[in-house]
Design a protein around this ligand. Structure first.
Ligand code: E4P
Length: 218
């Protein structure tokens, strides 16, 4: 499973990228607003840190302007994936941009039928939002499962499932169990993936016993 960082915080992305465990980045207008920085500058900087796909979202609502914005964003770096919303105009823009060989991430997906359309429009990634469905008392993971089944039913559907709106380590585990291709995860949750109280407890005991030996390795 590939891991993307869901962030527009360059410092956070840089720190995580140093681990070599990060395969890409997703941004959205809310994350850019949170960064307080110029959108184009921040995207360019992220692309210089991470080799894999970096999603940059269009903000127009009509397909013609989405395509123009997509082309401008694509010009920022080789590894840009254009993010378009799952609307009819977004699907039209997805088809046009992907036909030209541009990576497209179709975002704000909340149903399996929407994911089917995105795949038919040539999307590189579909982003089903798990957390926002859970917030409504629905089951975000069920959506990932449905999309996996549909995509696996047809050889011609090669869109990668990018599990998004991930809020917990359990969301990551469940997405991996179902077989999502990618998970885009907030930095805080990525760090939590490595922790377990028994690891801390075990390490503490090992260190205390090691100290008793009076030895050093180096
Ligand atoms: C995905 O690309 C989105 O940026 C993100 O996962 C949205 O997450 P949220 O629902 O926590 O805002």
């Amino acid at each position: 499973m590939k891991f993307f960082v869901d962030s527009a915080d360059v410092e956070e992305i840089g720190e995580l990228a140093e681990t070599g465990l990060i395969d890409g980045v997703t941004t959205n207008p809310s994350l850019v607003a949170k960064s307080g920085r110029n959108f184009l500058d921040v995207v360019k900087e992220i692309c210089s840190i991470v080799d894999g796909p970096v999603s940059a979202e269009v903000t127009a609502l009509d397909s013609k302007t989405m395509i123009e914005e997509g082309k401008k964003l694509k010009g920022l770096a080789e590894n840009i994936a254009i993010k378009v919303p799952l609307t009819w105009d977004g699907l039209k823009a997805c088809k046009a941009l992907s036909d030209e060989g541009t990576m497209v991430n179709v975002t704000l997906c909340f149903s399996a039928n929407q994911a089917l359309l995105a795949a038919k429009a040539g999307a590189t990634f579909i982003s089903p939002f798990i957390g926002r469905l859970d917030d409504m008392g629905l089951d975000g993971m069920e959506l990932i499962e449905e999309i996996r089944t549909i995509y696996d039913n047809y050889e011609g559907l090669n869109t990668q499932i990018l599990a998004a709106s991930i809020r917990s380590v359990n969301h990551v585990k469940q997405s991996a169990l179902i077989g999502a291709d990618v998970a885009t995860v907030p930095g805080k949750v990525i760090k939590q993936l490595a922790t377990h109280p028994l690891t801390d407890k075990g390490l503490d005991a090992f260190m205390k016993d090691w100290e008793k030996t009076g030895q050093t390795i180096l």
